[in-house]
Ligand binder design. Structure first.
Ligand code: ACO
Length: 402
């Protein structure tokens, strides 16, 4: 703010930075996630993503992201118990969902229903109360898979399945998605673990578009359900979390491996972007994409190979050798392979961004909590460079001409 004292004259508002899309502006100090985009490094609270994906469960990682340290055994047991306790939805939430058309996009339903939970939990407005914040955090992490599964069941016209507290986080989600008439749903352990790994990889990614939305909206002391809905809305865009769905559509359009070179030429001619490629921060291979490729192999052992994988591998091979992509440092990002894996596991492409929103809720909440408790933070309010008219007088209607 001291720079504002540098003025060219009395009328000047003072020196300000102009940085569209915050390309080089830090909006906060954060101790949650570290990324080195040039080296392809991602760490949560100091731990490399690869180690977390291999050795931990999603709820362990959510605890780490939220509270700063990995839980010990009793802490984890208590945490799992608390999250499990909050998986049920108030019955009115089902009614919100019933109002949507049969073909409503699951992400639109999720965003609106998370927002609606704000009315179910008016106590969530006490954002300056640490105890209340913790309760809302548990509610949100517990309920997101339930909401997500209900959006899917609505879209296929199946009855909703209630949470089963015997199952772990990923298994229970699969139960609520896919249980039919069997008395007890049995998740395939390989697929459940793969889903849990995907949740770990998506848990946080520092100040991305949706985290920034969460912080900006939360900075007005808006309750966390509404702030999470804002973050979901940001995530749903095709340039952000919507990209995984777009990758699948793109692979369908390409159709077969031999058509890849022609498609790449069109991308280079600027007709469209290669979805799942490029990243604002990573100018190297996205470390999450590497783990996903490894996890995908395990999934394909169970489900059989997804035919789209060959097209994706060919796209990657050609793009990584092509000067256009090399010069611009465009590498596969997290969304490039996740969609193929999700599809092999039985998810519809419309659900992909919803699958991203479930684990990212932990990251959004950690970012929100950090923002609320940071004495340096205030309501987010960027400045602008006004480019409109100087003052002018309103011309009466009869004199404005035809
Ligand atoms: N395909 C083709 N060209 C691309 C791509 C792409 N996927 N991404 C960037 N470029 C080109 C741009 O056209 C630009 O070229 P130019 O210098 O000739 O104009 C150059 O690379 C730099 O790109 P920018 O748009 O400036 O990069 P930015 O950091 O603003 O965008 C983004 C990053 C939005 C992710 C972009 O790479 C993109 O649209 N990718 C496709 C969508 C996608 O996969 N999004 C998911 C990101 S991961 C996530 O959010 C979870």
């Amino acid at each position: 703010m001291d720079l504002r004292q540098i003025k060219s004259g009395a009328e000047d508002t003072g020196l300000m930075t102009y940085d569209p899309a915050f390309m080089n502006t830090s909006s906060c100090r954060s101790a949650i996630t570290f990324i080195d985009g040039d080296k392809g490094i991602l760490r949560y609270r100091g731990y490399p993503i690869e180690q977390l994906a291999e050795q931990c469960t999603f709820l362990e990682v959510a605890y780490l992201i939220l509270f700063g340290e990995l839980p010990n055994q009793p802490q984890l047991k208590e945490w799992i118990g608390e999250i499990t306790h909050h998986t049920m939805l108030h019955e009115t939430s089902k009614k919100f969902l019933e109002g949507f058309r049969y073909d409503a996009h699951p992400m639109g339903m999720l965003t609106s229903t998370v927002a609606a939970l704000s009315t179910v939990y008016p106590d969530s407005r006490q954002v300056l109360d640490a105890e209340s914040r913790l309760l809302q955090i548990k509610r949100l992490i517990g309920k997101m898979p339930t909401l997500a599964a209900f959006t899917y069941r609505h879209s296929v016209g199946y009855p909703y399945v209630y949470p089963d507290n015997d199952l772990n986080y990923a298994e229970n989600f699969m139960n609520m998605l896919w249980k039919m008439v069997e008395p007890k749903y049995q998740a395939n352990p390989v697929l459940a673990r793969a889903l849990d790994i995907l949740f770990i990889l998506h848990a946080d990614h520092e100040q991305n578009c949706s985290a920034n939305a969460m912080r900006a909206v939360g900075s007005a002391q808006t309750d966390p359900f509404l702030a999470t809905a804002a973050a979901c809305a940001a995530l749903s865009g095709p340039l952000h979390g919507g990209a995984n769905e777009e990758v699948l559509k793109m692979l369908d359009v390409i159709g077969s491996k031999d058509k890849v070179p022609a498609y790449i030429e069109k991308v280079k001619a600027g007709e469209f972007k290669l979805m799942g490629f490029g990243h604002r921060i990573y100018k190297n291979y996205d470390p999450r994409a590497k783990v996903i490729k490894w996890a995908a192999d395990k999934v394909f052992e169970v489900t059989g190979r997804n035919a789209k994988l060959d097209i994706a591998l060919e796209l990657e091979r050609i793009a990584l050798e092509d000067e256009y992509f090399v010069k611009r440092k465009l590498y596969p990002n997290v969304d490039f392979y996740s969609g193929i894996m999700y599809q092999a596991m039985g998810f519809k492409p419309e659900m992909f961004t919803v699958l991203f929103a479930i684990p990212r809720t932990a990251g959004w909440l950690a970012q929100w909590q950090e923002m609320i408790t940071d004495p340096e933070q205030k309501i987010a309010r960027p400045r602008q460079i006004y480019t409109g008219h100087e003052i002018r007088d309103v011309i009466p209607m009869e004199k404005r001409g035809a």
